[in-house]
Design a protein around this ligand. Sequence first.
Ligand code: SAH
Length: 394
Amino acid sequence: MPPQVRLKPNRERSVQQRHPWLFSGAIAQAEAEPGDVVSVRDSKGNHLAWGYYNPRSQIQVRVLRWGDAPPDEAWWQAQLRRAVGFRAPLLADGRTTAARLVNAESDGLPGLVVDQYGEWLVLQALTLGIDRQKGQLAEMLLEATGARGVWERSDDSVRGLEGLAEEAGLLAGAAPPEEVVLLENGVRFRVDFARGHKTGFYLDQRDNRALVGAHSAGKEVLNCFAYTGGFSIYAGLSGAKHVTSVDTSQPSLEVAVENYALNGLDAEQDEFIVADVFDLLRDYREEGRTFDLIVLDPPKFAYSKGQVEAACRGYKDINLNAFHLLRPAGLLFTFSCSGLVSPDLFQKVIFGAALDAGVEAQILQPLWQSADHPVRLSFPEGAYLKGLVCRKME
Ligand code: SAH
């Protein structure tokens, strides 16, 4: 008998609806070791699906494969190949060389994130079940993509929830150089594999960066939470009159300056400010500074339900001040990457910010994560990045 997990009565519905998570409260009994691939059974013992098990996690089982056949090597290979194939059109014309190849649950591979940067892959194993298989998965990825090496960046704190320590280093093939230059819509960015955030770059904002570029000609732009200058470079290349980039991280802004040079832009013409956005917006408001276009792309504020209220206060604060700084007809590109803050709630917060700022504004369009970060219909939790393009009416 394979290792197995039996559900409590009437708890099989989510599995039948293809949701990949089973929480501890749904599980009656487990005969399995941590990290095992288990047969998930209903309360009567009927097999439903295969998943991997971790009693240390709140999410005790993540379903891999529905139906009778267990997830064998050919299945893993097929899952990876499908995910890689879905991204082929994005990478086809060579103007974009970096993409998320595997988006975890939404690509049918819970806990596995793989990003491509040209010839190199960066892998995050976010769960015990994936951590067990990561060496083999890395080899399969080399085969599926023709990449030269797979570098691990499993130094995400969510691994703590699985009882795992943070890890980074070479998994398969050759070690990548410390830095590479990626192309995104023909724009160049330097990526530092060892120290960069996440796997090195915020690939999920690709389309939104292009959109900011499309609105930037002749504008005075304020890019808040600028990291390595993503939105700033697009604005500059599209003919923005002046761009101010703000981040608390000096090393990130130093890379932003290098990225200016990589794209033939003159960093001397623009401004790079190491500051806390919350404070700086307040200072600018007191000074009466104004802008035509403001980007607010803060880090995740809410990691648990208990943090949602405080997160919303944070969003309101920066958006309220941004509305003050906008000139009439000015545009605000405002984002939240907190999955627990729904698009509806986010829009309400932005409304509250405008109201308190005494500003009338319109939504021009909603925004979300780029298409290489798809959301599986059975897994709405996969939608985390949301944004709004707002225009100040007067
Ligand atoms: N917009 C960027 C990604 C932003 S990530 C892009 O397109 O690539 C969030 C950034 O916010 C990080 O670089 C982090 O250093 C910065 N940050 C976090 N808290 C901050 C704060 N209070 N003030 C300014 N920057 C902050």
